[in-house]
Design a protein around this ligand. Structure first.
Ligand code: ADP
Ligand code: MG
Length: 575
């Protein structure tokens, strides 16, 4: 194809894609505009996942009648004048391209009235062209209605996920902004019914109660008081963080705002996790809503069109202010650094190993008397394990745990061992209907193929007993509302789909209980190559000791290799 310059209309569509990727991006730009217009009440309405309709109504300043048409033009903004203004941006918007971009890929109508006018102004734009401007009655503020999003950009329409998924993103967006702006009243209507509402009373805890639940909101710790005494002032860190007892299996409950802009920044996540270090078990993450306030010129928000990435001038300062403030709050409530340890209670006390002896396994381990004769066992610990007491020495190749026992050295395969532990736990919890579920705050919509769909239908009860909460949500579509608590994967959907696939395949098990227990264990177990802390290794060995068949993985391969003292002596020619 010959080289030529794109027509302005085509170029505009391409550029629009940078900011306007999906319904939630429209929602984000419009909500930000309402917040910049000092609205105290914002209603977001979406139908059909946002492709049919997105409407944002605010009670903000409104737009003067003679300026209304300008809003759809590129780089039309009231927020930035000179390039110097870009060095210290105090508004959420500044690029002046959102409304223009939205208008090129949809039908937009904007009705607005300032406090000085008696009547409002209505302006409409279809696929980039302003088609009408009329006077019309209007409440004070601005209502932007976006219809037929991407109807003229089929490629982008195809790229969208299911209605439920796009709806979920808009919901996440609105709840996030509600957390950052507790003084603004947010209402979200999905296909006509209220899906979320905040009071706008200025109380962050109240918003969290609406986003999560009352218990969670009440348990949260206030961040920041006492910061002045300790000199942590710049930047200022405030918000609410979860106590160490309230954790989640992934990072998606850690929310950050910089100068009240929602940001995604790895540094902030890392600083928060560092602050919790020692308070939480490995691979557990806090719930947190952290606000960071700093001089506008110290943060660059002009990094990406979507404006959710930022760069800090003084990274180290931000990092340490966040870490110190969080740490201080945590130590003030629990001065002793306690690692929570979960003691599994699977095998009944006195249970004796009754597994087959694997090929690699030299004799000796099946003799429980060996463990019983050891004096180092705390008296309260029930002697139920077929393993001798092991003292963890370290990790080799991030894959094997090296331990010392009464009769030599043990190499434990961390993945196989963990698989065994989880397999027995899940199986037992299912049998006793005691599985714990970890609820997902923003339920994840999942589309299944015919085979998966059938599997979920036929094994619904079993899935439920293992801790999965799946709910029908349309043809071949389900809402994933919860996963077994011990599944620590960040991506719930991916984890669920992988479990389904393995369940279908069978993993070598006939019994459905065992199939499911194995599928969950296999995908959740720590991998070879993962570095473990001493504490984690000790924990794992303790848990392994409590298994009914600690010496083999669920498939019968060894979880450990024993180099007996006699073997070592022979090898070294000591006897
Ligand atoms: P930006 O927000 O980057 O300035 P936009 O294209 O989003 O660019 O909006 C263009 C201009 O339209 C804004 O600068 C503002 O003056 C005006 N505007 C947009 N939405 C609203 C609103 N909800 N209330 C008042 N003014 C608005
Ligand atoms: Mg804007």
């Amino acid at each position: 194809m010959a080289i030529r310059i794109l027509s302005p209309e085509v170029a505009a569509k391409i550029a629009a894609g940078e900011v306007i990727e999906r319904p939630a991006s429209v929602g984000k730009e419009l909500v930000e505009n309402s917040l910049d217009a000092q609205a105290t009440s914002i209603t977001v309405e979406i139908n059909g996942g946002g492709t049919a309709l997105i409407r944002i109504q605010d009670n903000g300043t409104g737009i003067a009648p003679d300026e209304v048409e300008l809003v759809f033009q590129r780089y039309a903004t009231s927020k930035v004048n000179s390039s110097q203004d870009l060095d210290a941006i105090s508004t959420l918007g500044f690029r002046g391209e959102a409304l223009g971009s939205i208008a090129t890929v949809s039908h937009v109508s904007l009705l607005t009235r300032t406090p000085n006018e008696d009547a409002g102004t209505l302006v409409e734009a279809h696929e980039g062209e302003t088609i009408a401007k009329t006077r019309q009655g209007s409440p004070q503020g601005t209502t932007v209605t976006v219809r037929h999003l991407f109807r003229n950009v089929p490629a982008r329409l195809k790229f969208l996920r299911s209605i439920a998924s796009e709806t979920g993103r808009v919901q996440a967006l609105v709840t996030r902004y509600a957390q950052a702006y507790p003084e603004v009243r947010f209402t979200l209507l999905i296909d006509g019914s209220t899906a979320f509402a905040s009071h706008g009373a200025g109380n962050m805890r109240e918003v969290l109660a609406a986003v999560y639940d009352l218990d969670t909101a009440q348990a949260m710790l206030e961040l920041g008081p006492g910061a002045e005494e300790s000199g942590v002032l710049d930047p200022k860190v405030w918000g609410l963080i979860g106590p160490p007892s309230l954790t989640r299996a992934n990072r998606s409950y850690m929310t950050f705002f910089v100068n009240r802009r929602w940001v995604q920044n790895r540094l902030l996540g890392y600083a928060l996790e560092q602050a919790y270090h020692g308070f939480l078990m490995e691979r557990r993450y806090p719930i947190a809503v952290v606000n960071i306030t700093m001089p506008y010129q110290d943060v660059d928000v002009n990094v990406h069109p979507a404006k959710s990435e930022v760069r800090f001038q003084k990274e180290n300062q931000v990092f340490s202010a966040l870490q110190r403030t969080v740490r201080q709050t945590l130590t003030s409530v629990s001065p002793i650094h306690q690692i929570q340890t979960q003691r599994p209670s699977i095998a009944a006390p006195g249970t004796v190993w009754r597994g087959q002896e694997p090929a690699f396994w030299p004799g000796g381990l099946t003799q429980t008397s060996e463990a019983a004769s050891l004096t180092s066992l705390p008296p309260t610990l029930p002697l139920r394990s077929a393993l001798p007491v092991l003292r963890v020495l370290g990790q080799v190749q991030n894959t094997y745990i090296v331990a010392e026992g009464p009769n030599g050295v043990y190499l434990i395969d961390q993945h196989a061992a963990h698989e065994r532990i989880l397999f027995e736990r899940v199986r037992e919890a299912m049998r006793r209907s005691l599985s714990e579920t970890q609820s997902i705050v923003e339920p994840v919509p999942i589309e299944l193929d015919a085979e998966q769909d059938e599997l979920v239908c036929s094994q619904r009860d079993l899935l439920k007993r293992s801790g999965f909460q799946v709910e029908p949500f349309g043809p071949r579509t389900y809402l994933l509302r919860g996963v077994p608590s011990l599944m620590t994967q960040a991506d719930h959907k991916e984890a669920f789909l992988r479990v389904l696939d393995m369940l279908n395949e069978g993993g070598g098990f006939k019994d459905w209980h065992e199939r499911l227990a194995y599928s969950i264990a296999c995908h959740t177990a720590i991998r070879a190559g993962a570095s473990l802390t001493q504490q984690e290794m000790v924990e794992m060995v303790l848990q392994l000791e409590e298994c009914q068949q600690p010496q083999t993985c669920p498939h019968g391969r060894p979880t450990m290799i024993h180099l007996s003292s006699g073997h070592l002596e022979r090898e070294f020619g000591r006897r």
